[in-house]
Design a binder for this molecule. Sequence first.
Ligand code: ASP
Length: 439
Amino acid sequence: MKKVVKFGGSSLASAEQFEKVGRIIHAEESRRYVVPSAPGKRDSSDTKVTDMLYATYALAEEGKNFSKELKAIKARYQEIIDGLKLKTDLSGEFARIEENFKAKAGKDYAASRGEYLNGIIMADYLGFPFIDSATVIFFDENGDFDSEKTNEVLGAKLETMDCAVIPGFYGGRADGSVQTFSRGGSDITGSIVARAIKADVYENWTDVSGVLVADPRIIHKPEVIETITYRELRELSYMGASVLHEDAIFPVRREGIPINIRNTNDPEASGTWIVASTCQKSKFTITGIAGKKGFCSVNIEKDMMNSEIGFGRRILQAFEDHEISFEHMPSGIDTMTILVHQDEFMHKEQNVVSEIHRLTHPDSIDIESDLALIAVVGRGMKSSRGTAGRIFSALAHANINVKMIDQGSSELNIIIGVHNDDFESAIRAIYDIFVIARL
Ligand code: ASP
């Protein structure tokens, strides 16, 4: 059995957290390929090392003195090294980083040092070999991740190694420079490593006990989802649930490797399993609820629009011409609604509206702002009757006016549009009817 274990920043923020991680790794012989993030926050008022690196590099780029800031970063690592009673000496590394900062090696290089240095400490602590990710994870000349080359080189390298530490978040370009993934990208590295070694499981250790049924800022102590499919998770993450980087699903999905989200601070909890497909029913009919505020709807009316071939295409053309992507497009016989992100649309609204007029000659166009979208996601909805009915009666009881409904053909989710002000109470009402009522 082979497992890739990725640890997030809060799991590696201090020597104490490192010790917990060490215990987790030693508890199972299969946990052999370790992907660390950079040290995160030790408490809510702390700063992530990645953010410190970005800020320090910004000074370097402006030609300002940054030695105090770099020293503070070094101190973060030294505290971990001392706390673990290691002899790791990072002075040479910091001298090189200082030189490279002065030579303006780039923002990505700067940020990547967070995981690079943490990887060196982790390798020392565990007695595992260290691999610099810039030598095994590749980006092409356009800056796109080169999945096939990476899989080949990384797979061949790891095949010869029983264990290794591979820092998260970055890789290298052909010219030798460093490139990072987007923020939170160590999750992607973990997934890439899991694919390359054909791991049995990709364990992603963080500071929550799994994917939650709803946002804990809205629902007090929400339930943890036991099993979720990749597709369900994608729907939830797209709508704002944040546990795993959105792109982390793709590499493991190709090999059908399950992801197990675990809590470093509660290692006994079994966490959430993210799988390709499952016959396990979710506990509450629905798997999860997520949502976002800040949408607006453009409602277009024209008598007999449904018999006018190309009407929809022309409407969408107006949005495309102004580079606005749309979220949903519910329609009726004589009406069509386009839902868009308010902040993207706001500055261009009059241009889009006049283009719609020009292209389709509608009877009226009406714009409604400050809408929120809520996705109720669940593979169980396909086989159970009455889910939509329950959602809407819960919302009606909570006195919430539903502005829009959209059910995807996959029957995996129901999207509901409400006013921004009703967002939290709508989520609470849906959570209550499906979860609280079942507990
Ligand atoms: N350290 C990086 C960040 O803060 C990457 C990661 O933690 O996944 O975004």
